[in-house]
Design a protein around this ligand. Structure first.
Ligand code: CS2
Ligand code: MG
Length: 402
């Protein structure tokens, strides 16, 4: 079997997605997600100009060898653009392998470890009352786990608080919008949100929260301690994790479980966090961490240290990534939870898929490969539109983390 053609499909059914399609001489094809929010076209160039020419004529069944060739062969290893491009190819190759074998991807990985994949949805509101109402809606929809974010009094806009409740989309402008942030105001507010949620709904549901890289280690330690009575499932991205040692300090002070890793792209970004058991959940996912081949390595390392998976699943990860992630989650022994932000109907129409939601769980489906396809004719109706995530400044104008 040989690879005869590779292409990239860029489409914007409400938001931008980059898709790799690999075709073989036997007519079987595979697709993979290669979307990097706000830097989409860099990945397109990396694929078209540098990787695709190396693939023509290769045996698509040799996934490991191709992965090593693309990773080691670049000389310049790692980085989000490189690893997202490799992920797009890797996912497409696993899709091909599944189709050739006539087996769903989770069977190729080692078979089913669970019946369904527990997911968490996103509840958010301009204030605590609105967030409480949104959490109630997710409970009614059957979710077992809900992430809660609320606007902070005195700050005009807050991370995670959206106008469009079911379809949160932060990449909303042709040039980055500027937000204002105050950690002090946030820190006073966030325990009140969870106090209210536990008072209203009790302790039956898992509650999660994302601090979106905005705290210093000692601030994160304080927030973790303040939230302890509310038994969070996790506190996410408490601090930027470039400095992995930061987590030592947080860990010394709080038993609130910690999750990190949605912006990591390699096992080396989480090596210290995992081996020193400084986190509880690793959030790397298929599209940004080198595909199934590399994510499996990260999960295996994590398993040795009792760290569980909790893959990123925001709307900027296409349904192809979600499909592949669900197969991965169905197999991975040290599964924790999967993030699930619903895609718009427009997006779902472009990417017909086999997975479905039922009573708080997503089910990967049993179609061969990862079970997601792309309607190229429909995709062509939605051309690329520049769209960026916001940036953040402190109240005095200092540039900060968004
Ligand atoms: C996030 C995302 O889902 C999450 O936890 O932090 O909303 C993130 O901001 C986007 O995926 C960025 O592209
Ligand atoms: Mg996050």
């Amino acid at each position: 079997m040989k690879i005869v053609n590779c292409k990239v499909i860029v489409t914007c059914p409400g938001r931008n997605f980059v898709t790799v399609k690999i075709e073989t001489d036997e007519g079987v094809y595979g697709i993979g997600d290669a979307t990097l929010n706000g830097r989409e076209l860099s990945v397109v160039s990396y694929l078209e100009d540098h990787l695709f020419p190396c693939l023509i004529g290769r045996d698509p069944q040799q996934i490991e060898d191709i992965w090593q060739y693309l990773y080691r062969g670049a000389y310049w290893r790692r980085g989000p653009v490189t690893m997202t491009a490799i992920a797009g190819i890797d996912t497409a190759l696993w899709d091909i392998k599944g189709k050739v074998a006539g087996l769903p991807l989770y069977e190729l990985l080692g078979g089913r470890s669970r019946d369904g994949v527990m997911v968490y949805g996103h509840a958010n509101g301009l204030d605590i009352e609105e967030t409480v109402d949104e959490v109630a809606k997710y409970i009614d929809l059957g979710y077992k786990a809900i992430r809660a974010q609320s606007g902070v009094p005195g700050i005009p806009s807050t991370y995670g608080v959206a106008k469009e409740k079911m379809y949160y989309e932060p990449a909303d402008a042709e040039l980055p919008t500027e937000n204002v942030w105050s950690t002090e105001k946030y820190m006073n507010h966030v325990p009140r949100l969870f106090d209210k949620l536990r008072e209203k709904f009790g302790f039956e549901h898992h509650l999660l929260h994302d601090a979106h890289h905005r705290l210093t280690p000692i601030q994160a330690a304080r927030v973790g301690k303040d939230l302890e009575p509310y038994r969070l499932f996790w506190l996410e991205d408490a601090v930027p994790a470039e400095n992995q040692e930061s987590f030592r300090l947080i860990r010394q002070h709080t038993t609130t479980p910690l999750a990190v890793g949605e912006i990591f792209n390699s096992i080396f970004d989480c090596q210290q966090l995992i081996t020193e058991q400084l986190i509880d959940y690793i959030r790397t996912t298929v599209v940004h961490a080198g595909g199934i081949t590399h994510l499996r390595r990260i999960a295996n390392l994590a398993d040795l240290y009792n760290v569980r998976t909790g893959s990123h699943g925001a709307t900027d990860l296409s349904p192809i990534c979600m499909g592949a992630a669900l197969h991965f989650d169905t197999w991975v022994p040290n599964f924790g939870i999967q993030e699930y932000m619903r895609h718009t109907e427009q997006t779902d129409d472009v990417f017909p898929h086999d997975y479905h939601f039922d009573k708080g769980y997503l089910h990967a489906g049993s179609a061969p490969g990862h079970g997601v396809d792309i309607d190229e004719k429909l995709a062509a109706k939605y051309p690329y539109r520049p769209a960026y995530l916001p940036v953040n400044r402190l109240e005095d104008g200092t540039m900060y983390n968004w």
